[in-house]
Design a protein around this ligand. Structure first.
Ligand SMILES: Nc1ncnc2c1ncn2[C@@H]1O[C@H](COP(=O)(O)OP(=O)(O)OP(=O)(O)O)[C@@H](O)[C@H]1O
Ligand SMILES: [Mg+2]
Length: 275
């Protein structure tokens, strides 16, 4: 680990599609420190998910980091072995995505699916792993964990499934949690509940977050710092207040003005009256 505790440290990173030679992400420089919440916003196709996937070592076939240095928890991603990835992905760096239902096997009860990594990675016995999962379910405010443990994913709502996946992502106590459009598929009320939950978990566990959303109100609510991406590059960045109140870049101003339609105005009003 670097002395300044950078959990993520990307410098001038290019991610390319080797088949086409296309640079999907380029000149990407960013870091994440302990306890920090970093937001990444930008239009569809700007490279937000590809950047996250590089952190998790799950780039699409043919995609690679081709330039720059990329470190996660002090490890050089460009020279990380398959075994090295096993100790990072899902263990020290957790992730939740859009469409939680698709990450659970519909033919296996949800509890044992969340318990599995605890048994495999931590060597817990079946009963111990179950106890731990029930605690995790309670910590993400799922009512009646014991009942839920026995359910199948198709019996549960999107909001419940996302809580279950967040519980699963936190099971091995990661240092970093990546939330890529984790609330996008949920209705607005549930979205707000999940954002509150992430905030609470961050306070409680100290996990650092990377929050990706095309919704500025979402990142405004949760993040300390924001990166604005466009066409694979960071075109603007700063503290959440700077980016949302005093956007330096024309494109960010446009994003902010568009998002007033979606509730950023309410966030800004609350911020103004608070500060
Ligand atoms: N599996 C893939 N195969 C080929 N190209 C891909 C793949 N996934 C993403 N891309 C390309 O990489 C670029 C960046 O995509 P990415 O998914 O990172 O965008 P994004 O910012 O996450 O967009 P969104 O807001 O829609 O999720 C896009 O041009 C996209 O077409
Ligand atoms: Mg995406």
């Amino acid at each position: 680990m670097n002395s300044d505790e950078r959990l993520l440290d990307y410098r001038e990173v290019t991610i390319a599609n080797r088949m086409t030679g296309e640079h999907i992400v380029h000149g990407f420089t960013a870091s994440l420190r302990r306890g920090e919440v970093l937001g990444i916003v930008g239009e569809s196709g700007s490279g937000k998910s590809i950047t996250c996937r590089s952190i998790l070592g799950i780039l699409p076939r043919g995609f690679d980091i081709t330039e720059g240095t990329a470190e996660v928890l002090g490890q050089d991603l460009r020279n990380l072995s398959a075994k090295g990835w096993l100790s990072i992905r899902g263990v020290r760096v957790g992730a939740v995505f859009q469409d939680p239902g698709s990450y659970l096997n519909p033919s296996i009860r949800v509890g044992p699916q969340i318990a599995e990594p605890l048994r495999v990675r931590r060597g817990l016995k079946r009963g111990e792993a179950k106890e731990r999962v029930l605690d995790l379910f309670a910590s993400v405010h799922l009512a009646d964990p014991a009942d839920l443990y026995q359910r199948y994913s198709y019996e549960l709502s999107g909001g419940m499934l996302q809580r279950i996946l967040i519980a699963g992502a936190l099971a091995l106590e990661p240092e970093v949690l990546i939330a890529d459009e984790a609330t996008t598929a949920l209705d607005v009320t549930v979205q707000a509940e999940i954002l509150d939950l992430l905030e609470e978990l961050k306070e409680k566990t100290g996990v650092a977050l990377v929050v990706v959303s095309h919704d500025l109100a979402v990142v405004g609510r949760l993040c300390d710092r924001i990166l604005v991406m466009r066409h694979g590059q960071i075109i603007d960045q700063g503290s959440t207040r700077q980016v949302l109140f005093e956007p330096a870049h024309e494109y960010t101003r446009l994003l902010v003005s568009e998002h007033q339609v979606y509730g950023l105005d309410r966030f800004l009003a609350a911020e103004r009256s608070a500060g």
